[in-house]
Design a protein around this ligand. Structure first.
Ligand SMILES: Cc1ncc(COP(=O)(O)O)c(C=O)c1O
Length: 383
């Protein structure tokens, strides 16, 4: 097993990811295909390791954002259906085709280019429809029809899917917009009257909310719920388990008198004599944002408070009771309300997706199956 040389790490529970995929498939996508979204390094959980789990799970395929991500998945799982949700550079179409990667087509120009290629095997594509997200995709039905006619001229191209993406699936106060997009997508699909194998529009929030009400689709995509980080009022109906913990160990402990200044810009001053301040080796360069200052962390049963400015590589914590060098410190834990990713994202005024994807190469990932450590990924040392 690989090693790591700094006392800060992420623990990923692979069993819980698999359980969550199976739960969503069973409860929300039983009669439809399910694509597990594993872009952004599987929402910070590790693309390779999560793709292994997708293969073991009841999902029917995976979706990523870029061709590089798709190539990594295919390197390990040649037969795992892999859809690239984003636009790839024109000159990479042949690479996608060679590796049996399913592409998204969002413009007539790219359809023309694709159709002109001398492909040596079947290329699978999904058409992206812009129904209101206004990011990528066709807007006009006639333009989609023209693109289909163009693509059909190349017998190696298989237009097997069509999809859209919702802008407000998580916003309960913007449901009208969600329904407008859904209705528009239905209108496009009905009007095209084309025999697509995969018709899909949901992400996690819309899948949980709407799966019983969408009858014209054949597939679903979901990401964040698989990592137990969708905050939604319907979530209690599902058995979704935490997948991600962030931990560190105390590197130094000091007991200071009242009035001691702590850290950059001396933003914290000890409030009483005998104040216990511990330092741990994690900082904003690891993905733990400065916005988490004054938030809680936990050592054994005791919560401490992060004080002063969070540094690039270290941060300081105030404790009431004595702690010791090498004590384990928990910073993110889905089982703990103070430390879960929802609390962390309120502190940082962001969304859970961003909390997970911020952790870079410098934080090794430890993978667990059946509560046993099965793999250590120390990406920094692979460079
Ligand atoms: C096109 C597309 N589909 C699906 C998803 C998955 O969304 P979620 O993680 O909310 O399930 C995303 C995520 O951003 C996306 O961009």
């Amino acid at each position: 097993m690989e090693n790591y040389y700094r006392n800060t790490w992420i623990e990923i529970d692979l069993d819980n990811i698999k359980h969550n995929i199976n739960e969503i498939k069973e409860k929300c996508s039983k009669d439809k295909y399910l694509f597990a979204v594993i872009k952004g390094d599987a929402y910070g959980h590790g693309l390779k390791q999560v793709s292994d789990i997708v293969v073991e799970s009841s999902a029917d395929g995976c979706a990523v954002a870029t061709l590089d991500e798709a190539l990594l998945v295919k390197k390990y799982h040649k037969d795992l259906k892999t859809l690239v949700l984003g636009i790839i550079p024109d000159e990479q179409y042949q690479t996608a085709c060679d590796n049996d990667i399913t592409l998204t087509i969002a413009t007539k120009e790219s359809a023309q280019l694709l159709a002109s290629l001398n492909l040596n095997k079947e290329l699978l594509i999904h058409i992206k429809v812009n129904t209101g997200m206004n990011r990528i995709g066709f807007i006009d039905i006639d333009e989609i029809k023209e693109a289909i006619t163009i693509l059909e001229q190349n017998k190696k191209i298989n237009i097997e899917g069509i999809f859209t993406h919702f802008a407000t699936a998580e916003d309960y106060d913007k449901e009208d917009y969600l329904m407008m997009q859904l209705n528009r997508f239905k209108e496009v699909v009905t009007n095209l009257n084309y025999d697509f194998k995969y018709i899909h529009c949901t992400n996690s929030a819309s899948l949980l909310k709407l799966h019983e009400h969408i009858d014209f689709t054949t597939a679903n995509r979901c990401g964040i719920v698989l990592y137990c980080a969708l905050e939604d009022k319907v979530l209690y109906q599902y058995d979704i388990k935490p997948t991600f913990k962030l931990k560190s160990k105390i590197a130094q402990v000091q007991v200071y008198e009242k009035g001691k200044k702590i850290g950059y810009s001396i933003r914290y001053t000890t409030e009483k004599d005998n104040e216990i301040i511990a330092t741990i080796p994690i900082g904003y360069a690891d993905g733990f944002a400065r916005a988490h200052t004054l938030s809680k962390v936990k050592v054994k049963e005791q919560y401490g408070t992060i004080v002063g400015s969070i540094c690039m590589d270290q941060l300081m914590i105030r404790f009431d009771d004595m702690v010791h060098i090498n004590d384990e410190v928990i910073l993110i834990d889905g089982y703990d309300k103070e430390l879960n990713v929802f609390t962390r994202c309120k502190q940082a005024q962001t969304i859970t997706h961003e909390i997970f994807t911020r952790f870079g190469n410098r934080v090794p990932k430890l993978y667990y199956k059946n509560k046993e450590l099965v793999e250590i990924d120390n990406a920094l040392l692979k460079k």
